[in-house]
Design a binder for this molecule. Structure first.
Ligand code: PHE
Length: 476
């Protein structure tokens, strides 16, 4: 980042360039969401149809809302809460829009709480890979290593702590240090290993099964919440709806094209997710594993692939190191909004703010740690059956499942919906035109999608999930 400009509050600077913004936003977007969450949620939702809706959501909802988020952030140059408040006041709207920022920050805390625990699993795999623990193991044995790990709360807490301490340490020093360069080299390296794995799975007989699973829709495996899950995945994977991208947009220099930068980030993110799926499902089918096995999917499949590669232990170690790094660049973006708010608005010391927020997240994370062992069988909720409208399909869900569902599938899309409504319906058209600086044709396209398609799609998917159309007799 360069020094602070005169119109910018003294506590913040700007990215040195458009490229630096792309790197940082890609750092936020590409992470566990692509390599851990996308494959396992795809598996749970039956593959093809889910992937198709996910891709549609990325283009019709994700990219337009991402542009809006970057636009709002750059216009206000503040943290998400103050961005929403300042812009609302500027456009003669209610200052209550600040609640969008507050909800985003709450979502960020909750997401980071489980994100950090899963990132801990990644860290735990580094020494296991390095020590060739999986060498010669079959699918069942690899699974038992994973099960042993998640059944041990102390171990999970230790790794979760290490990850949170690292995240806090980086955020405490400010976004500027080292992030840009690190993303520039480590992301392509991570992608490179995915390509190597892809070349390996190409040689498997089950490659075609994996390909079919990912791209041929089978609606019979589709569950009631699958459409919502696909939309939630698009928001989660693109880091949308909670202010992370708004925050990074606030550091984007004026004059850099928002549309082009956003599209690069969203496309890279989607390609990494699809690539991860294409690598994992052939391994699943080659070993007669269950695609719907849940959150452990990457951890039980990839070691098998590394086993079959020359220098597998080394490549595997490098993969988990790079993945841990990708996770940390996402984690930073989850922690940055509340820290920036405390620094800019409450004049806290940055390091202190980072430590406090990190501490809260760490505590929340214990709920996820225990979800895999001590609390694994605890029933948190019952299904609420209001006639034909079913609320919260939560039986048998753990604390982790509930927090994950609430954040990815409810809070992020809701935040995105409000951002879309604010930018497209309440802000003056000229303000948007001015900030995006697009030619007429492209601007109109974006504006139309943001005004009508994206919000309507989000609302329809919400209504569909809670069974409103069902109740109205529109579908049976
Ligand atoms: N997009 C990140 C990932 O895919 C997770 C994330 C979600 C980061 C929301 C910031 C905000 O791993």
């Amino acid at each position: 980042m360069s020094g602070t400009g005169s119109e910018v509050p003294a506590v913040r600077g700007l990215w040195t360039s458009r490229v630096a913004f792309i790197l940082a936003a890609t750092g936020s977007a590409v992470g566990l969401g692509n390599i851990w969450r996308f494959p396992y949620v795809t598996g749970e939702n039956g593959g093809g149809a889910f992937v198709f809706i996910y891709i549609a959501c990325v283009f019709l909802i994700g990219i337009p809302i991402m542009m809006a988020e970057v636009m709002l952030g750059r216009r206000a140059q503040r943290n998400p809460i103050d961005t929403m408040r300042d812009l609302a006041i500027q456009e003669q709207q209610s200052a209550r829009w600040a609640w969008v920022g507050r909800m985003g920050i709450a979502a960020g805390f909750l997401i980071l709480s489980y994100y950090s625990v899963v990132a801990g699993w990644i860290l735990a795999y580094i020494p296991r890979m390095l020590g060739s623990v999986f060498h010669g193991m079959d699918a069942i044995e690899v699974e038992s290593v994973f099960t042993a790990l998640i059944s041990d709360p102390e171990r999970l807490i230790a790794w979760h702590t290490i990850f949170m301490v690292a995240t806090v340490a980086i955020v405490a020093r400010g976004v500027e240090h080292g992030l840009e360069k690190a993303v520039r080299y480590m992301m392509p390296a991570l992608f490179g290993i995915l390509v190597v794995l892809f070349l390996y799975v190409l040689t498997l007989d089950s490659f075609v099964d994996g390909l079919k699973f990912m791209f041929i829709p089978d609606f019979s495996k589709f569950r009631g919440e699958s459409i919502l899950a696909a939309m939630g995945m698009a928001f989660f994977s693109l880091s949308l709806g909670m202010g992370a991208i708004m925050m990074y947009g606030s550091y984007l220099p004026k004059g850099a094209s928002i549309a082009r930068t956003t599209i690069v980030v969203a496309m890279s993110d989607t390609v990494v997710a699809l690539m991860a799926g294409l690598v994992i499902f052939p391994i699943v089918f080659a070993n007669n594993m269950e695609p719907a096995q849940g959150a452990g999917l990457v951890f039980t499949t990839l070691p098998l692939a590394f086993n079959s590669l020359p220098m597998g232990a080394l490549i595997g170690t490098l993969f988990f190191v790079l993945l841990a790094f990708a996770a940390i660049t996402s984690a930073i973006s989850l922690l940055e909004p509340p820290v920036a708010w405390l620094v800019e608005n409450k004049h806290w010391d940055r390091a202190q703010a980072a430590r406090l927020c990190g501490g809260v997240v760490w505590l929340l994370g214990l709920g996820t740690v225990f979800s895999f062992n001590l609390w694994a069988d605890y029933k948190w909720t019952q299904k609420l059956d209001l006639g034909k409208v079913q609320f919260l399909l939560w039986e048998n869900k753990t604390f982790f499942n509930i927090v994950e569902f609430l954040t990815a599938n409810v809070m992020l899309p809701l935040g995105g919906l409000l951002i879309a409504l604010f930018a497209a319906h309440l802000m003056k058209r000229e303000s948007c035109e001015d900030e995006l600086a697009l030619d007429n044709h492209h601007f109109n396209l974006w504006y139309f999608i943001l005004r009508f398609i994206a919000p309507v799609a989000v609302v329809i998917i919400f209504l569909h999930t809670i069974g409103v159309f069902n109740m109205l007799g529109l579908i049976d």
